[in-house]
Design a protein around this ligand. Structure first.
Ligand SMILES: [Zn+2]
Length: 653
């Protein structure tokens, strides 16, 4: 500030003094511009009070080693939530969380999210099969299809982990509910029902009460899976088979719909080698503890899946012993994506599975503060500003011994900016600068797990989402190319100082885009980079289209769940860099000037959106994937008014 004042002319200093006397919070730089034009003061509320010093203070707390990377759920995440809530309480913002049964002044700022983890107990999980005794088989000597049945029945036991395990392959994650079942078996090739190719491996087969044995995946999916899993969670590559449970059914989905017991997937080559030679590292507990899931998301599935298991060598052998096709043929056909004929396996064969699972309850929390608007009518409408408070927690040790992913940029930067903006608005309101519409400041939980917090907010909202004017989201806004910066990853895009990637408004609302451009031109004058709002700017990026290339940033942060509810969105980010999701994403690497400029811009855009007469309209033409995801959200009943849960046992207070 001192630098600006010393450069001011006497005239500017005088006009500043007059403005201050009138109660406006006018920065010197702006008043200079205004004085030159002689127009009305453009203050954008209290946005100008956001300082680099306060951003740094918040950042060095949230990204400290003591918070252990803010994994959800973890003590470190809870401490971060307490830190945010205590600021909101101190600044006098209204709590937006639990309304009953709260303990102390901070819990009312938490929107509780019930979590559960289910872990297999291997030593208590049993599998056995009654099968006609035979000789020969895959891996067991004879191999050929001519293994002769002797007529007697025998019982074979299988060891969990080595011979079978819970969870299948394919698009669904492992199903880890406990399971008990005994039944006969059918083999159904890859087990996918696909409308567009008229594939139905179940023609003429009754699956009710039986196990469905499958091997391999359709060639369309095999090509996709070869590309490896993609992170982000918000929407990966488009599935070439179309919409699950409409255009196609996985074997697990078909099994659930048609009353089969479960699906047994023949292990892939990779799975087989892992089962035969288990990686000792996998015996070590994962650094962030067990995986959790959101209880209320699981209850909402309208496309259910039956339990899925993987069969190793010995079980696969026994399954196909004495059948028309033997295990080796099934295994190799699956590996080459060849079509396989379905068949009823010998009715004398009966498989019994007992999967023991230990459940553990957990909790997460979104943190919410509300600034009530001043206009008696417009205060019932909301501008949401958001960032995600969680990060990815601990890693396995790095060469330098660092195991803590500090997440200073991802998304410490957005979380700290949101704190500064909330502080500026609260202090402004205390001085009489209160916006007409209400503002919701939202720190999302579990973005890194798959945009959980924002999905929870939109799926189970405590306000009418039609009253939400826009979501302004910030995720990774703390980095810019410094001199000498290099990055070997050519798919990364990182801004230059003074530039910001603006994702979403071009896609979802041209009117919102115009508002942002107007505010920016009058205020921080950043370079607004629309790279990720375009379909295919170059060969390595396809940012919106159906091809599984490019970073597709529009689908990958919390604003996307607002977009799915038809709310205009703008996502501010400085882009990806080599420290992304590494312990080296630390607070000393943050460009605080860049972060301040973006914070001020978002604060100012929010101010204009909260005060202007109308609200931005949604564009008529939206990307196909967004249209599909909007429909899914609607089909799943997102957006129904839901009271915020009271605190969950174990939540911080
Ligand atoms: Zn992030």
């Amino acid at each position: 500030m001192r630098r600006i004042f010393t450069s001011c002319s006497l005239l500017t200093v005088l006009s500043l003094a007059v403005l201050l006397a009138l109660g406006a919070t006018q920065p010197a730089q702006q008043s200079k511009a205004k004085a030159a034009k002689g127009g009305a003061a453009m203050t954008f509320g209290n946005s100008d009070s956001i300082s680099q010093e306060e951003l740094k203070v918040y950042e060095y707390f949230l990204a400290s080693d003591q918070l252990e990377g803010r994994n959800l759920p973890s003590r470190g995440y809870d401490v971060a939530a307490l830190y945010v809530a205590s600021h909101l309480a101190e600044w006098g913002l209204k709590p937006g969380g639990s309304r009953s049964d709260t303990n102390g002044p901070l819990q009312p700022y938490f929107m509780p999210i019930e979590l559960i983890s289910r872990q297999v107990v291997p030593e208590e999980s049993k599998a056995s099969m009654i099968a006609p005794a035979t000789r020969g088989g895959f891996g067991g000597g004879g191999g050929g299809g001519g293994a002769a049945a002797t007529g007697e029945l025998r019982t074979v036991e299988f060891e969990y982990g080595k011979d079978w395990s819970a969870g299948g392959g394919g698009f669904r994650g492992p199903t880890v509910d406990s399971f008990d079942g005994t039944g006969t078996l059918i083999f159904a090739g890859n087990g996918y029902v696909i409308n567009k190719t008229n594939a139905n491996p179940y023609d003429g087969l009754d699956v009710r009460g039986k196990f469905i044995v499958v091997a391999g995946v359709p060639p369309e999916l095999a090509a996709l899976q070869a590309g490896g899993p993609r992170g982000g969670g918000g929407g990966g590559a488009q599935n070439p088979l179309g919409q699950a449970c409409t255009d196609y059914f996985t074997p697990e989905q078909y099994a659930a719909k048609n009353g089969a017991l479960a699906v047994i997937r023949v292990a892939t080559f990779q799975q087989l080698s892992a089962m035969v030679n288990p990686n000792p590292a996998l015996r070590v507990p994962p650094p962030n503890g067990p995986n959790f899931q959101v209880v209320k998301f699981q209850q909402q599935s309208d496309c259910p899946s039956a339990p899925s298991f993987t069969a190793g060598l010995a079980l696969t052998n026994t399954l196909f012993q004495g059948e028309r096709t033997n295990a080796a043929q099934v295994f190799y056909a699956a590996g080459s994506n060849a079509k396989q004929n379905s068949l009823d396996l010998n009715a004398a064969k009966k498989l019994t599975l007992h999967l023991a699972v230990r459940s553990e309850a957990g909790h997460g929390e979104n943190v919410l503060g509300i600034l009530e608007g001043s206009d008696p009518v417009l205060k019932n409408e909301y501008v949401v500003m958001s960032a995600h408070l969680d990060h990815i927690g601990l890693s396995n040790p790095q060469p330098d011994g660092d195991i803590i992913n500090n997440g200073a940029d991802d998304d410490g930067s957005g979380s700290c900016a949101l704190l500064a903006i909330a502080r500026a608005y609260a202090e402004g309101a205390a001085k009489g600068l209160r916006p007409k519409r209400s503002i919701i400041f939202l720190w999302n939980a579990g973005e890194e797990k798959g945009l959980w917090g924002s999905r929870y907010f939109n799926q189970f909202p405590f306000i009418d989402l039609r009253k939400v004017v826009a979501d302004l989201n910030m995720d990774m806004i703390g980095r810019a190319k410094s001199p000498g910066f290099t990055d070997s990853n050519t798919t990364h895009v990182l801004v230059k100082p003074g530039e910001v990637l603006l994702v979403g408004p071009n896609v979802s609302s041209d009117e919102l885009n115009k508002t942002i451009e107007d505010v920016n031109a009058k205020y921080q004058k950043m370079v607004l980079n629309h790279f990720y709002d375009t379909t295919a700017p170059d060969a390595t990026h396809d940012n919106l289209g159906p091809q599984p290339n490019g970073q597709r940033i529009f689908y990958r942060s919390d604003h996307y769940n607002f977009a799915r509810m038809g709310i205009p969105v703008a996502f501010f980010t400085t882009g990806l860099h080599p420290d992304y999701h590494r312990p080296s994403d630390s607070p000393d690497k943050i460009d605080y000037q860049e972060m301040q400029q973006i914070s001020k811009t978002v604060a100012a855009v929010g101010w204009v959106l909260a005060n202007q007469a109308g609200r931005p309209k949604l564009n008529e033409k939206l990307p196909d994937q967004l249209v599909r995801d909007m429909k899914t959200a609607q089909d799943q009943g997102w957006g129904k008014l839901t009271p915020v849960l009271p605190p969950i046992p174990g939540m911080p207070f």
